[in-house]
Design a protein around this ligand. Structure first.
Ligand code: PLP
Length: 410
């Protein structure tokens, strides 16, 4: 540090001289809220700048983001990791970095996060990058669809909101055969339940807003992968300015400390609620990766440690019944997003479909108009079950007395 005793008050007011923290080893990563860092010389600044050091300029990288990125890479078993200002920041930056040149081609699972689909279907298409969308149940038959220009394969498992399960290891084998990177949005599993890198995926993406941060108080995203791919993605992150700010990094790091216990509890409660819903006569269909009667249990139980915190279901009576049910809930909040400690519920079609083409949208996305997505928090499961039971009862009784099949089984 340069000498400071001889400077005036205005100079001292804008200068920080404490070297104290460097001698300490805080158990909580400090928020390093500095946009730039002083270098010993112009030569050193130039060297650090070119090397992409994390103590140069905040948009290029900064120590709190580095700590968060390394933490998630560690949890995923990856060489490197980056954190972003949102899940979509992570996804758009990664797609642009790995497939963002005109004439390229992408293969993507059809059942993916709605805005990821829009990005590929409109933004990428506008840049002359074509995406072939493949339904999850056809994703192992993509060999004939691969082209010399195919830049990446993109999947999401479990998918939002249909909870489709992709056989990650099997798709990774196809990707490896053709030397094409496999990207997976693993938001719904979080690193606590699934580690796609160990199954052969090349890049794992997260909306860290959800389970990783876990407290519905910070918007963030993450990407992990090999050092080489992460470097490429980081160069695009610098251009787009999608890095996560230090305060948000700190909230993310703080949330991650309890990831394991939260997700275990959420999974246990979600399984109990899925089983309960599955027994109700008023319920048409329940989807949950670890429901043994479900079609995806075999693959899900092979690649996930538990089923996660999200349950999707439909009621007999479709959208009107779904709306009645959701509005009758007293404890579970009607809100979007998921993965937080509070239970929230939404009807995805209400959010993602425009009023004009509801029917078409339901057909092309496979998302029924009355589909309900429940994200289970860490409240007492008995309270959640009681809330669901009373709301189901109000659906069954209201205006449907004639239909005996809608009566609750208990
Ligand atoms: C929420 C979500 C995203 C987008 O993340 P944001 O943090 O909201 O930008 C992407 N993928 C999945 C699966 C999600 O659930």
């Amino acid at each position: 540090m340069k000498k400071h005793q001889t400077y005036g008050a205005s100079t001292n007011a804008v200068r920080t001289y404490s070297d104290g923290l460097k001698q300490r080893r805080p158990l909580s990563v400090p928020i390093l809220q500095s946009v730039n860092f002083e270098a010993e010389s112009t030569a050193k600044l130039g060297k650090d700048f070119r090397a992409g050091a994390s103590e140069v300029y905040m948009r290029f990288g900064h120590p709190t983001a580095q700590a968060a990125g390394e933490k998630i890479a560690l949890l995923e078993g990856a060489e490197g990791g980056l954190v972003f200002s949102s899940g979509m920041g992570a996804i758009s930056t990664t797609l642009l970095a790995l497939a963002g040149s005109s004439g390229g081609h992408v293969i993507a699972q059809r059942e993916i996060f709605a805005q990821t689909f829009t990005f590929l279907d409109t933004t990428f298409r506008g840049l002359n990058i074509e995406t072939t969308f493949v339904p999850a149940d056809q994703i192992l038959h993509i060999r004939p669809l691969l082209r010399p220009t195919t830049k990446l394969i993109y999947i999401e498992s479990p998918s939002n909101p249909l909870l489709k399960i992709a056989d990650i290891a099997a798709i990774a084998r196809i990707a490896k055969e053709h030397n094409i990177p496999l990207l997976i949005d693993s938001t719904f599993a979080s690193p606590a339940l699934q580690n796609p890198i160990s199954l052969g995926a090349d890049v794992v993406l997260h909306s860290a807003t959800k389970f990783l941060a876990g407290h519905s108080d910070v918007l963030c995203g993450a990407v992990v992968g090999s050092r080489q791919l992460i470097q490429k993605i980081q160069r695009m992150q610098v251009l787009l300015g999608t890095i996560l700010d230090p305060h948000a990094c700190w909230l993310l790091l703080r949330g991650i400390k309890t990831l394991g216990v939260r997700v275990r509890e959420q999974s246990t409660s979600a399984l109990a609620l899925a089983q309960f819903l599955n027994e109700q006569a008023v319920v048409e269909r329940v989807t949950y990766p670890f429901l043994q009667s479900g079609g995806s249990y075999k693959i899900a139980s092979r690649q996930m440690r538990a089923g996660g915190g999200v349950v999707s279901f439909e009621l007999k009576g479709g959208l009107p019944a779904a709306q009645k049910f959701v509005d009758a809930l007293k404890l579970i909040s009607t809100a979007t997003s998921l993965g937080g400690v509070e239970s929230v519920i939404e009807i995805p079609a209400d959010l993602d479909f425009s009023e004009e083409d509801l029917g078409d949208a339901a057909k092309t996305t496979g998302i029924a108009l009355g589909l309900i997505r429940l994200s289970v928090g860490i409240e007492d499961v008995a309270d959640l079950m009681a809330d669901i039971r009373q709301a189901l009862a109000s659906v069954a009784s209201e205006g449907t007395q004639a239909d005996k099949s809608l009566a609750l089984t208990r």
